[in-house]
Design a protein around this ligand. Structure first.
Ligand SMILES: C[S@@+](CC[C@H](N)C(=O)[O-])C[C@H]1O[C@@H](n2cnc3c(N)ncnc32)[C@H](O)[C@@H]1O
Length: 232
């Protein structure tokens, strides 16, 4: 590894490496992939598709998409997360899910290029320089015309609005950490993690051969992008 290369594990979020946190993760995250699956089906997800989920966590999306595609690869840097996915794959008897201990900046995709890449609430673990490299790597895994569905904590406002918008975001936080992210946890996120501005992310997507088909934001902080990989 080059001496200037990022140590992704040390940027993965210590909690994601902790088995106790992982065992309560699904309840805390409360993630329902239905809308993502609907959108992806409208954009070409089909029974012969190859799907890659980067930063797959406990596999909420990867396991749900498995019934709708040919093959899904669930990639995560955390051994506790990949162990959780493997357990569920065995429990459900799925034979078209590969679980990979891998990272945004090192996962090597082999075989048929991906038709769909999904990544949710994980890209912000990387500083911006590395986010762009991760997006470039995603473009190289996808077939031309393939879809990137990117969801993340992204700030959809101007720097001058930051104080008001961040305070408003925090005022809507939950109080029970088992059921979501508290104001203290959101504050820690803003201080220590690498969520970027939407207008920075838009530029990165353009530079890495993605056309944004649709982008929406909730509470100026939860971004959902559907992008198509350009042919050239
Ligand atoms: C907040 S969780 C989101 C998990 C899942 N995508 C979801 O939506 O529930 C972030 C996940 O990203 C993983 N992660 C963090 N940095 C990563 C990296 N550089 N490469 C791959 N996965 C990473 C963490 O281990 C964790 O499972």
């Amino acid at each position: 590894m080059k001496p200037w290369w990022l140590d992704e594990r040390s940027h993965a979020g210590a909690e994601h490496l902790d088995e106790r946190y992982v065992s309560g993760y699904d309840r805390k995250a409360g993630f329902d992939p239905t809308e993502d699956l609907d959108v992806l089906q409208r954009h070409g997800l089909a029974s012969d598709s190859v799907v890659v989920d980067l930063g797959a966590g406990t596999g909420g999306f990867a396991l749900a998409v498995a019934g709708l595609c040919r093959h899904v690869v669930a990639v995560d840097v955390s051994p506790a997360m990949t162990a959780a996915i493997r357990g569920r794959v065995t429990e459900l008897g799925l034979d078209n899910v590969s679980v990979v201990d891998g990272r945004f900046l090192s996962y090597e995709h082999h075989g048929q290029p991906a038709d769909v890449i999904f990544t949710r609430n994980a890209l912000h673990q990387l500083p911006d320089f590395w986010k762009a490299i991760a997006l470039d790597r995603m473009a190289s895994m996808l077939r031309p015309g393939g879809i990137l569905r990117l969801r993340d904590l992204v700030y959809d406002f101007a720097p001058a609005e930051a104080d008001v918008r961040i305070e408003a975001w925090m005022s809507g936080a939950v109080t029970d950490p088992a059921l979501g992210w508290t104001a203290d946890e959101l504050a820690e996120h803003v201080r220590g993690e690498f969520s970027t501005y939407s207008w920075v992310l838009d530029g990165m997507l353009d530079k890495t051969s993605f056309d944004i088909v649709d982008r929406t934001f909730r509470r100026s902080a939860y971004g959902t992008y559907t992008c198509k990989r350009r042919s050239t």
